[in-house]
Design a protein around this ligand. Structure first.
Ligand SMILES: Nc1ncnc2c1ncn2[C@@H]1O[C@H](COP(=O)(O)OP(=O)(O)OP(=O)(O)O)[C@@H](O)[C@H]1O
Length: 966
């Protein structure tokens, strides 16, 4: 026995002849969605046609049972429950299902093609496109006279300036004053399609106040602008696609540099409770590109479904209003990303503050807007130059737009200009800015030939796109027809997308992201529930038991959700863990440090800023030392030297110059003063750095071992800091070297003869180099990734741009002079040249900040310093020596070095102390040159003598040599 279901209410039953049914009674019952019908009764075999009752036409067959009655015995021959989802699996049903599948596959294919073509088209057009719109003459303006701002054609704008001068600008599109909102949106539309494909986008309106930014973005009820059209287009595209989308909507305002969510109800009285939420912005230098998130979810996501609602949320005073629409699609891996967003930004008026003659709060607003615009300009400039550091953090605007401004996003800028002559200055400034933005993707002006080729390619792609879209439309119509047929047949078959059409956006009330996802799932479940024949659907009771009842939203449920709404006013508060410093071992600059801002609401003087951020970025910035520095500092502090090092930073400046130049003569002195250290002094020992510029030096971080020579332990301990000390004078970063043997006299002689040369810092220094001023002021200057120098103060964490050398030079020179003065009575002299750090100079580091400004002589020494400083300044301005030249070239280290040497020299002369050995420079004076010459001679003869005796290679640590020297 077999059967064929030809129609949902028409069954053809075939009874095989060999079953011996002739002797009994065959009874067939069919079941339909309307209930059981006894339809067949009779003898014989063959085909029997069974139809449901005429009045049951709308019901469909759900099961069949055939029984055979023979001599009062009833045998059930077969019974079949027709699977509910196959209810339309009659001939028509099968056909339509197959057709539907084929059409769906076709539409998917078309989607892929459309996406590719669109991307190609947008790539050709450029990821950053700039349009210019000229405002029409408005009421109250003089209609009669000629305007100086003219749209030459669809991409050129022409300005007539004074004295018959003209100026032209080219943009991707120029909208003349008569252009309609439709025309403007036709250029925006492709970007919206690309947003649905998962790309980030940003559309911003820029221009002087009153030039039509708001008109373009919002429009009027009669001629809606970009925002309502974008929303409408997005929803339509989402509905037309084969996927489910979750779309959330936020509206922010940046007021005086603070972010505010405009969709969160504002407390009107001070006693009103504040909504229990906070915004958290998390920045991280780690992870994938642009890994940061700003999560502000408001209760009005659904406002986007209607323009009127949107307008009700728009506040009248919105200096920089930003609308964010984020789109999530879980089931389309071919999209660029699962969640993407589009920003629609109405930037504040860009006019100059001076021109507006604003004051008070208006002035502040103007300044804040201009600051954020200039930050935007800087970001765009950095993007244009493909810099590795993009200054997104300089303003809230750029922080927020961060991942919608990069390479992988589509940016549209609409620059608005006034047609009026009196606004010409502002017009030029706006057009210049817009040109700058446009040059991000047009680095070189294209030749006409390339332009034509591009246009041709774009035209082809446009045509292809139109063809695909026509086809798409055709297929969609077919699908719709099929669905309607099926719906007529079954009364249920609503496809998922149509279920979704009514789901999140038509629902009143508040929905969070989570709710929206749930709603989507619920709708899917509800849809499949409705596809079941009624008799197979769970009863109300069973639904209640299993909790499924809540899945179909009833009016009662809505009430419940509305009750909850007051609570769900609170936006989702996302707390991100603060990463430890160790994760941010920045080698570059403070800008790489972790920065966590927590913006909590607080009352403020202005209504507009009631929810403003509490903490500024600077307050929370952490300084992360480069790893090398960190470990070094750690080591030194472990040795109890760090504080000492910093406290005595200024003194070291002077001391280092002397210390590094204590040579053979001083060594002898030192050896006399300090008793020899007994014990075995192995070769391969760690020894203080001897100036060997050719060698590559490194700091091993180990504590220097004592040394079997009569050098003082003190000196070795000091050498553990020498890395910093050394650089102060000749830009060398050597602190210690591991040599196979201790230095010999020859080494010293070599060194001595070399010490009169200035070795370029870049030739010898491959380590982080700290400059004198770094240590003086507890600051370090480091190049950021892009090579721009920043000076930041370790103590206060301020980040200042490094403004060239002069400032540093002055700081350094002042300090050098001070140091010399202090050296005059320092223990170094008293100890016969032995160095020790004196606490007397602590104040110099404490007061080091004074050195940035006016130097007020307080003591005799300071007056002396001032004198010397004046002399030096004069000398510096007079002479054109190599150091000043190198300064001009920007060789910071060299210039600082030579100046310090000069400073030391002059200081020494004034002190009338025989401290010439402290200064080994480029032979600044003849006396010193003569001295050097004689000394070299003596040393050379000494070395020759030693060589003759075969002692040269023994090294200083050798007791024999030591004995000789004594
Ligand atoms: N293209 C246009 N067609 C018709 N009217 C326009 C057009 N552009 C601007 N207007 C009118 O000009 C006036 C000023 O425009 P709008 O308020 O949009 O300027 P704005 O740049 O947004 O100013 P603000 O910076 O102060 O927000 C409005 O009355 C607006 O209707």
């Amino acid at each position: 026995m077999s059967f064929q279901l030809h129609h949902h209410h028409h069954l053809l039953l075939h009874i095989s002849p060999d079953n011996g049914f002739e002797d009994g009674l065959l009874q067939g019952s069919i079941f339909s969605s309307a209930g059981a019908l006894k339809k067949y009764e009779g003898l014989g075999h063959g085909f029997k046609e069974i139809n449901s009752e005429p009045d049951q036409q709308n019901s469909f067959l759900t099961g069949i049972q055939v029984t055979f009655n023979f001599c009062l015995d009833q045998v059930s021959l077969f019974s079949l429950l027709i699977p509910p989802l196959k209810s339309p699996s009659n001939v028509f049903g099968c056909l339509s299902a197959e057709e539907l599948a084929a059409l769906t596959a076709c539409i998917n294919q078309l989607n892929i093609e459309r996406r590719q073509v669109l991307n190609e088209l947008l790539d050709l057009k450029g990821n950053i496109r700039v349009f210019c719109r000229i405002r029409p003459v408005t009421l109250g303006e003089n209609f009669g006279h000629l305007r100086p701002v003219v749209a030459l054609d669809s991409s050129n704008i022409h300005l007539k300036l004074a004295d018959n001068k003209t100026k032209s600008y080219s943009f991707d599109k120029v909208f003349h004053p008569g252009s309609s909102q439709d025309e403007v949106f036709s250029e925006v539309e492709p970007v919206i399609k690309s947003v649905l494909d998962g790309y980030n986008a940003c559309i911003f309106a820029y221009g002087q106040t009153g030039t039509g930014k708001t008109f373009s973005m919002e429009g009027t009820p009669d001629s809606p602008g970009i925002v309502p059209r974008v929303i409408e287009a997005l929803l339509k595209l989402a509905v037309d696609s084969n996927h489910a989308f979750l779309i959330t909507f936020s509206m922010l305002e940046i007021y005086l540099g603070n972010l505010k969510d405009l969709l969160v109800p504002q407390p009107t009285k001070p006693t009103d409770p504040l909504p229990p939420w906070s915004w958290t912005i998390h920045f991280s230098s780690k992870g994938p590109k642009g890994n940061w998130s700003l999560k502000v979810i408001t209760s009005n996501q659904i406002a986007m479904s209607s323009h009127t609602k949107f307008e009700t949320f728009h506040l009248s005073v919105v200096p920089v209003s930003m609308i964010r629409i984020s789109i999530t699609c879980f089931d389309a891996p071919e999209r660029r990303r699962e969640t993407n967003k589009i920003w629609l930004v109405d930037l504040g008026g860009s006019e100059r503050v001076m021109k507006t003659k604003a004051w008070g709060r208006r002035l502040d607003e103007g300044k804040a807007i201009n600051l954020s615009l200039s930050a935007l300009g800087n970001v765009i400039n950095a993007l244009q130059r493909k810099k590795c550091y993009i200054p997104y953090r300089n303003s809230k605007l750029t922080q927020v737009l961060r991942d919608s401004l990069g390479e992988d996003s589509k940016t549209l800028m609409l620059v608005h200009v006034s047609p009026e002559e009196e606004d010409l200055c502002e017009t030029i400034s706006s057009l210049n800015f817009a040109t700058k933005v446009r040059s991000v993707h047009l680095r070189h002006e294209e030749s006409i030939e390339i332009k034509n080729q591009k246009e041709f390619a774009m035209m082809n792609l446009q045509q292809k796109m139109e063809r695909i879209e026509d086809e798409h439309l055709h297929v969609r119509r077919q699908i719709k027809k099929l669905n309607e047929k099926l719906e007529n047949l079954t009364g249920i078959a609503l496809p998922l997308e149509e279920q979704l059409e009514v789901s999140p956006f038509s629902t009143e009330g508040s929905l969070t992201d989570h709710d929206m996802v749930n709603t989507r799932n619920k709708n899917v479940k509800a849809a499949s529930l409705f596809q079941l024949p009624r008799f197979m659907r769970p009863t109300i009771c069973s639904r209640r038991k299993s909790g499924m009842d809540q899945q179909t939203s009833s009016g009662r449920d809505k009430v419940i959700s509305k009750k909850k709404r007051s609570l769900s006013n609170c936006a989702e508060s996302v707390t991100f863990p603060v990463k430890s410093d160790s994760e941010y071992k920045s080698d570059c600059s403070i800008s790489k440090s972790t920065c966590v801002l927590e913006l909590r609401m607080k009352s403020s003087a202005h209504n507009e800023t009631e929810y403003s951020q509490d903490a500024s970025e600077c307050d929370l910035k952490k300084i992360v030392f480069p790893e090398k520095e960190k470990s070094y500092l750690k080591t030194t502090s472990q040795n109890g030297q760090l504080s000492h090092l910093y406290r005595n930073g200024s003194q070291r400046l002077g001391e280092s110059s002397s210390k590094r130049l204590l040579k053979v003569d001083n060594w002898l002195d030192l050896n006399k003063n300090d008793p020899p250290i007994s014990g075995y002094a192995p070769r391969n020992t760690r020894v203080p750095a001897i100036l060997i510029p050719e060698k590559k030096h490194g700091y091993s971080g180990q504590k220097p071992s004592s040394y079997g020579f009569a050098t003082t332990e003190k000196i070795f301990n000091q050498y553990s800091m020498e890395r910093q000390v050394d650089i102060l004078t000749v830009g060398r970063t050597v602190s210690e070297v591991v040599t196979n043997k201790p230095p010999t006299l020859k080494d010293l002689f070599d060194e001595e003869s070399r010490s009169s040369f200035i070795v370029p810092s870049h030739a010898m220094n491959d380590q982080t180099m700290m400059q004198p001023e770094d240590i003086l002021h507890g600051s370090s200057i480091e190049d950021d990734e892009c090579g721009s120098a920043f000076l930041y103060d370790i103590s206060c964490g301020d980040l200042q741009e490094y403004n060239g050398e002069n400032e540093v030079f002055e700081m350094y020179m002042m300090q050098a002079v001070k140091d010399m003065a202090q050296c005059s009575e320092s223990s170094m002299l008293k100890n016969g040249g032995h160095q020790s750090f004196s606490s007397e100079v602590d104040d110099s580091i404490i007061n080091s900040k004074e050195d940035f400004g006016v130097f007020t002589p307080e003591s005799e020494e300071e007056r002396h310093c001032e004198e010397v400083y004046t002399k030096m300044s004069m000398e510096y301005s007079r002479d054109g020596d190599a150091s000043s030249q190198s300064s001009a070239k920007g060789t910071r280290a060299n210039s600082c070095r030579s100046r310090s040497q000069r400073a030391s020299f002059m200081g020494d002369r004034n002190q009338e102390e025989p401290r010439v050995t402290l200064v080994k420079t480029q032979g600044i004076t003849q006396i010193e040159g003569l001295y050097n010459f004689l000394k070299c001679k003596v040393q050379l003869s000494c070395a020759t003598a030693l060589l003759g005796l075969g002692l040269l290679d023994l090294g200083f640590e050798d007791n024999f040599f030591y004995g000789l020297m004594l």
